[in-house]
Design a protein around this ligand. Structure first.
Ligand code: NAD
Length: 480
C-alpha cells in the first residue's frame, strides 16, 4: 500500500518514528494509503531546514520569488487531472467539484499571491517640517500553516501562497483526513525551483505534529483554519508565546430570504449554498430564514428540488453530492438529525444514510436534509453541523430575521435575498459576520478580506490582509 511521506528540506522522507496510520477513501470506506504519524522530532527537522533556507528565500528578489510561485501554480495546472482525481478520492467530493472549484482555486491562489507581492507596497507618514516615517514590511521568519479537510488543497494553498510570497519559510500541515494533494505539492515546488527548506510539509495528527508546530519557539506565526474548539486551544497555547495568530474557524451561517427576491435565482443558489461539497464548506448557509408570505411556496419548491438531488459515488458525473469525509463525521451529522427530532423538528426530506451499490456500499453518504419546526435558539440551530443538513424557519419582520440570524456564537457569513436596495445595504450593515453576499453566494474576489467575527475567528485572510499578516511592520523615522 502506498505510503505518503513528509516533504522536508526539498526531499520526501519517512517520519522519524517510521509510524503510519490509515488513510480511508470516503467513497468506499476502505483504506487506500498510509499517512506518516509525524511528531515533534519531524518538526525539529523541518524547522532546521526552514532556518537554513530563510536567508536565501527572504533575500531573493521579489521578482525571482514571484517567478517560482508562478511556476508552482503552472506545475499544478499541468497535472490538473492527477490533482483532481486525488482530491476527489481523498475527500469524497464529486470529481466535477474538485475539477471546477478545488484545484482551479489552488492554482489561482499561487498565481494571485505570486503577482500580488510584486505590487505590495508599504506606507510612509510625512511630518511637516520634522521628518518622515516609512514602514518596512519584513517577512516574519518561519511560519506554521495548518489547514482542514473540507477544501484540502484550496485552503492549504490559501495560506502557504501568501506566506511564501512574503518571503517566509513555511512548516505546513494539511489535515490528516485529506493529506494527499498536499503530499503531491512537494514535488511541484521542487520542480518549480523552490530552494530546499523553504516549504516543508508534515503529515500527521493535530494533537501530535500540529501541536508541536504551534509550540515550537522558532515558529513565529500560526495561520490556522479549522474548528472553533481547536482554534481556542491554539490561541491559549500560542498567545503566551506572543505568536502572531490568524484563526479561521467554524460557522453557522444564516440565509435571509425576503419575499421580493428573484425567486428562481434564489432557489437554485440556495440549493448550492446548502449542499455544495455535501454542506462541508465553512461558507454554506445552514439556517434559512424565509419571509412568511413566501414560506410555503419556498418550502414546496425547495424540498422538491432537494429530494431530486443525486447522491452518488464521486466519479459519477450525475452526482450532486458525494461522500462525507469520514465515518465519524457522518455519524456526527446524523446525530444532529436525531437531535433535531428530539427538539421538535420535522424532517421534510433526507435525514438518513444512503447505501450505494458495491464497491461504494461502505461509503459515507447522507441524503441532503431539510428540517422545519425548530426554535431559532435550539441546539440544532446554534451548533455547527457542517454537513448536508439545513433548517427552514419563517419570519415576519426584518428585525426578527436579523435577530435570529445574529443569534449564534458564530459570525462568518450571511446571505441575503431581496430586490430592495436600501434594505439590502441596511441588513448587510447589521449582519454580525465578516462576509455578506447579497443575491449571490460564494462569489470570491481574492483581493477582499476573508474571515469571521465572534467565534468564527480572529484576523482576515485574502489580498493585502494576508500579506500584512505574513510580514512584520517596522517604522523608521528620519529627521530633516
Ligand atoms: P480541526 O480543527 O479538527 O482540524 C483542523 C486542522 O488542525 C487539522 O490539520 C488538524 O490536524 C489540526 N489540529 C487539530 N488539533 C490540533 C492541535 N491541538 N494543534 C494543532 N493543530 C491541530 O477542523 P477540521 O475538522 O479539519 O475542519 C472542519 C472545521 O473547519 C469546521 O469547523 C469548519 O467550519 C472549519 N473551517 C473554517 C473555515 C474558515 O475559513 N473559517 C474554512 C474551512 C473550514
Amino acid at each position: 500500500m502506498e505510503k505518503l511521506q513528509n516533504f522536508i528540506d526539498g526531499k520526501y522522507v519517512a517520519p522519524i518514528s517510521n509510524a503510519y496510520f490509515d488513510n480511508v477513501e470516503p467513497a468506499t470506506g476502505q483504506v487506500y494509503s498510509l499517512i506518516p504519524d509525524s511528531d515533534s522530532e519531524d518538526v525539529e527537522l523541518a524547522v532546521a531546514a526552514a532556518e537554513k533556507a530563510f536567508p536565501i528565500w527572504s533575500k531573493m528578489s521579489v521578482e525571482e520569488r514571484s517567478a517560482i510561485l508562478v511556476r508552482l501554480s503552472e506545475g499544478i495546472e499541468k497535472r490538473m487531472d492527477e490533482f483532481v482525481q486525488a482530491e476527489s478520492k481523498d475527500n469524497g467530493k464529486p470529481l466535477s467539484l474538485a475539477g471546477h472549484v478545488d484545484i482551479p482555486r489552488a492554482i489561482s491562489n499561487f498565481h494571485f499571491f505570486a503577482t500580488a507581492i510584486i505590487h505590495f507596497s508599504s506606507e510612509s507618514h510625512y511630518m511637516e517640517g520634522v521628518g518622515v516615517n516609512y514602514t518596512l514590511r519584513k517577512p516574519i521568519g518561519i511560519v506554521g500553516c495548518i489547514s482542514p479537510w473540507n477544501l484540502p488543497l484550496y485552503l492549504f494553498s490559501w495560506k502557504i501562497a501568501p506566506a511564501l510570497a512574503a518571503g517566509n519559510c513555511v512548516v505546513a500541515k494539511p489535515s490528516e483526513v485529506t493529506p494527499y494533494t498536499a503530499y503531491l505539492l512537494g514535488q511541484i515546488a521542487k520542480e518549480a525551483g523552490m530552494p530546499d527548506g523553504v516549504l516543508n510539509i508534515l503529515h500527521g495528527f493535530g494533537h501530535k505534529v500540529g501541536d508541536a508546530i504551534v509550540k515550537h519557539k522558532k515558529i513565529k506565526a500560526i495561520s490556522f483554519t479549522g474548528g472553533t474548539k481547536t482554534g481556542e486551544y491554539l490561541a491559549r497555547t500560542a498567545a503566551p508565546m506572543f505568536k502572531k495568530l490568524s484563526l479561521e474557524l467554524g460557522g453557522k451561517n444564516p440565509v435571509i430570504i425576503f419575499a421580493d427576491c428573484d425567486f428562481d435565482d434564489m432557489l437554485s443558489t440556495t440549493i448550492r449554498s446548502s449542499f455544495a461539497n455535501q454542506g462541508q464548506i465553512c461558507l454554506c448557509g445552514s439556517r434559512i430564514f424565509i419571509e412568511r408570505s413566501i414560506y410555503d411556496k419556498f418550502k414546496e419548491a425547495f424540498v422538491a428540488k432537494v429530494a431530486k438531488s443525486v447522491v452518488s459515488n464521486p466519479t459519477d458525473p450525475k452526482a450532486n453530492l458525494g461522500a462525507l469525509v469520514s465515518k465519524a463525521h457522518m455519524e456526527k451529522v446524523l446525530s444532529y438529525v436525531d437531535l433535531a427530532k428530539e427538539e421538535g423538528g420535522t424532517v421534510l426530506t433526507g435525514g438518513e444514510r444512503v447505501i450505494l451499490d458495491a464497491p461504494y456500499n461502505e461509503g459515507f453518504y447522507v441524503r441532503p436534509t431539510v428540517i422545519e419546526g425548530l426554535a431559532y435558539d435550539c441546539r440544532t440551530n446554534q451548533e455547527e453541523i457542517f454537513g448536508p443538513v439545513v433548517t427552514i424557519t419563517p419570519f415576519d419582520t426584518e428585525e426578527e430575521a436579523l435577530m435570529m440570524a445574529n443569534s449564534t456564537e458564530y459570525g462568518l457569513q450571511t446571505t441575503l435575498w431581496t430586490s430592495d436596495l436600501k434594505r439590502a445595504h441596511r441588513v448587510a450593515d447589521q449582519a454580525q459576520s465578516g462576509i455578506v453576499w447579497i443575491n449571490s453566494w460564494m462569489v470570491r474576489d481574492l483581493r477582499t478580506p476573508f474571515g469571521g467575527v465572534k467565534a468564527s475567528g480572529v484576523g482576515r485572510e485574502g489580498g493585502l490582509e494576508a500579506l500584512r499578516f505574513f510580514t512584520e511592520p517596522k517604522n523608521v523615522f528620519v529627521k530633516y
